[in-house]
Design a binder for this molecule. Structure first.
Ligand code: GDP
Ligand code: MG
Length: 314
């Protein structure tokens, strides 16, 4: 739906560049991204591994334009999809001007954080560390929690004092995010606008729509289903005042298909209703949504099927 626009003239001293958002699953990367750009560009959920695609979100201030890459959470790979996620996160670190490592700052640093700090040790770019979920931290514990991360970074850098700036933030409330954006912007190289002033994301529309459906599946089904689900939007038809969206929900087993459809179709209706409400915000108008459920056995293990569903690991 986006009409290409000319880029604005950039004032003297303007900075622009790419920031990779890196972090373990569930630390709040997508929530922070939505908070930073002020609208929903990434889906979120309490289930780990929600983000499967690399998404660019664009944040423009009077002094800078930040292109933020949301990456799938880094974790030890368990199957092919998992490996692709890690590949994609590693690739994201390669290309950017600044790395923003996000951790769950309401918990002390743990072993999983060590894995990722180690992964970033070789990064040649500046690394900023955001201690997220600060809204959950009792003021009396804040210093102790921050120290556990400072120590972890120092250990990984051979005991030298860490050069990674620490930022307590809350993606949920927005606390601390203004300061975070200011310091990230200051770390970018001088450069012009890369996107129009009103751009918030470069995500193809069909992908966003597919993600809005997958988000409803994650919210409405129990553990046995979410990781086995992929959504493909087949067609988007601009039908006068109404937009018609046709999509297929792919699962691995017929038992999962039965759960998704529910008694008399009740579950699928709820999923469709929730996704339609979100889509109506995107299109700013009525949406007709038709969902099919299809079984593709073991789709997560097959490279060609992963590619067909848009998981390229690039
Ligand atoms: P991601 O996997 O890193 O992208 O994490 P999500 O953004 O999907 O968030 C995972 C869960 O943490 C969701 O239930 C969010 O509501 C919750 N969450 C994210 N950020 C915050 C925060 O700043 N404070 C609190 N209290 N919860 C958060
Ligand atoms: Mg996410």
């Amino acid at each position: 739906m986006q009409i290409p626009q000319a880029l604005p003239a950039s004032p003297a001293g303007f900075r622009s560049g790419f920031v990779a958002l890196i972090g373990r699953p569930n630390v709040g990367k997508s929530t922070l991204l939505n908070q930073l750009v002020g609208e929903k560009v990434a889906i979120t959920s309490p289930v780990a591994q929600t983000t499967r695609h690399r998404l660019r979100a664009i944040l423009t201030t009077p002094q800078a334009q930040l292109v933020l890459l949301d990456t799938p959470g880094i974790h030890k790979p368990h199957h092919l999809l998992g490996e692709r996620l890690v590949q994609s996160a590693r690739a994201a670190i390669g290309d950017v001007d600044v790395v923003l490592l996000l951790v769950d700052g309401s918990q002390p640093a743990g072993r999983g954080d060590g894995f990722i700090v180690d992964l970033l040790r070789q990064a040649s770019q500046p690394v900023h560390l955001a201690l997220n979920k600060h809204d959950l931290v009792e003021p009396a514990r804040a210093a102790e929690l921050a120290a556990s991360y400072r120590d972890l970074v120092a250990q990984n850098q051979g005991g030298t004092s860490p050069s990674w700036p620490l930022h307590p933030v809350s993606g949920l409330t927005g606390a601390g995010t203004h300061e975070l954006v200011q310091s990230l912007a200051a770390a970018l190289p001088p450069g012009p606008h890369l996107y129009p002033l009103d751009a918030v994301s470069d995500q193809p529309e069909q992908l966003l729509l597919a993600e809005l459906i997958r988000e409803q599946v994650l919210h409405q089904t129990r553990e046995e289903v979410p990781h086995s689900v992929a959504v493909r939007v087949e067609r988007v038809v601009d039908d006068g005042p109404r937009t018609a969206v046709l999509a297929t929900v792919v699962v691995e087993r017929s038992s999962q298909k039965a759960i998704l459809i529910g008694k008399g179709g009740s579950m699928l209706r709820e999923i469709g209703r929730g996704a339609r409400l979100q889509m109506q915000k995107v299109f700013e108008g009525p949406v007709y949504l038709e969902l099919f459920v299809k079984v593709v056995p073991h789709w997560r293990r097959h490279p060609t099927r992963l590619a067909e569903l848009g998981y390229n690991g690039d």
